[in-house]
Design a protein around this ligand. Structure first.
Ligand SMILES: [Fe+2]
Length: 385
């Protein structure tokens, strides 16, 4: 059975204008939930995607599959067809597992439509057991009635989610320092993201790379006393950047019904555990990010500022927990926001870089005190570090 069916979008209830009237459009694409849940509950062993030609980008994060016919591959393994995987629940289940373990997975020479991006991340989330109430995220600033669908995020180096929201980057001196961009997607929502799929459709000749960092490795590189301290803390996340955009461009209201019944309201804020357990892998990861985390709830403002600064730098400064990906035409990146951070590289001058992203919502973040770190779990399986 083919799990990913033709999308039949709800007819938008708003006209395509640039005004931000609240809209409760649920455009979650139709996927065959029954087939996906059956695959998720199957006793059959998860397909090992490592039987296909691939390489790990770094020891701790990132796996890239070789495109069919890639002259660089000497493994003798067959190349996997990403497009065939889209219609196979068993392969998608394996892909979701791999993404959650490796943080981010890359494919080359693969065309993917915006509709397929939405279906893919939603299917991965369903296969991973996300709540039935979690659909696809609608960004609070997305103009209603986009031709691609309101749940498609348009990614550009010159604007934020819509050409009318221009970035201030005419001069290199106005761009923020690169390390300031590290984040996990939409952590200001009570129900934040699990899987994301990004492709860059207008690829610059050079520059505009994306970087990801492992939240598992970030946790593993903290001392046991620091880990224990952080596990007793929660943090306030807030979408301040979007609030500033709304003020700057006169947006009267943010979008409501942003993919989950809990992702409503105009505050764009949520409190999450500082260390969270990944529901699929069972591994602990650091869950604060420079873009959205405002303060540690249980600490004084001064203590919170100092600790967050350390944790943000811990992610940005450790290039050995990061992977840097160079985009080519028809490259696809799929990542899990529950165990990674990412940032674009703003190194382009008068060059366009534009793409599209689909974003699935997961579950409310939680910490299972009995869960372990990635390295602890792998050591129990015999991996030596
Ligand atoms: Fe992002």
């Amino acid at each position: 059975m083919i799990p990913v069916m033709s999308a039949q979008r709800a007819t938008p209830t708003t006209s395509p204008t640039n005004t931000m009237a609240p809209a409760a459009i649920n455009e979650t694409p139709r996927v065959d939930i029954t087939a996906l849940k059956a695959a998720a509950a199957s006793d059959a062993p998860v397909v090992d995607l490592r039987k296909y030609a691939h390489f790990d980008n770094t020891p701790g994060i990132g796996t890239e599959f070789r495109a069919p016919g890639d002259y660089r591959d000497k493994s003798g393994k067959p190349a996997v067809s990403f497009r065939d995987m889209l219609d196979d629940p068993a392969s998608l289940r394996a892909l979701g597992k791999l993404v959650s373990e490796r943080g981010v997975v890359f494919f080359r020479n693969t065309e993917i439509s915006t509709e397929e991006q939405l279906k893919l991340v939603h299917a991965l989330g369903v296969l991973g057991g996300k709540p039935d109430t979690s659909g696809l995220h609608v960004n609070p600033c997305t103009p209603p009635g986009q031709k691609e669908g309101d749940e498609v995020a348009r990614i550009s180096n010159s604007y934020v989610f819509g050409p009318q929201f221009k970035r201030d980057q005419s001069s290199i001196l106005l761009r923020r320092v690169g390390k300031m961009g590290w984040h996990s997607d939409v952590t200001y929502e009570p129900v934040p993201a699990d899987y994301a799929c990004l492709t860059i459709r207008t690829v610059p000749e050079t520059g505009g790379d994306t970087l990801w960092a492992s939240a598992y490795e970030a946790y593993d590189r903290l001392s046991p006393p620091m880990r224990k301290f952080l596990e007793g803390l929660t943090a306030l996340h807030k979408g301040l950047g979007f609030i500033q955009i709304a003020q700057k461009f006169g947006i009267p209201e943010f979008r409501e019904n942003r993919g989950s019944p809990e992702n409503v309201g105009q505050a764009l804020e949520a409190v999450h555990p500082v260390i969270r357990t990944h529901p699929l892998t069972g591994w602990k990861g650091l869950f604060v990010n420079r873009e959205f985390t405002q303060r540690i709830v249980e600490l004084t403002p001064h203590e919170s500022d100092e600790l967050l600064q350390f944790l943000f730098d811990h992610v940005a400064d450790n290039q050995d927990i990061q992977v840097r990906f160079k985009w080519e035409p028809n490259s696809v990146a799929i990542w899990d926001n529950r165990c990674t951070f990412h940032t674009a590289t703003f190194d382009l001058d008068n060059v366009v870089r534009e793409g599209t992203r689909g974003l699935s919502l997961g579950e409310k973040p939680f910490l299972d005190p009995n869960s372990v770190s990635r390295r602890e779990a792998l050591e129990k399986q015999g991996v030596k570090f």
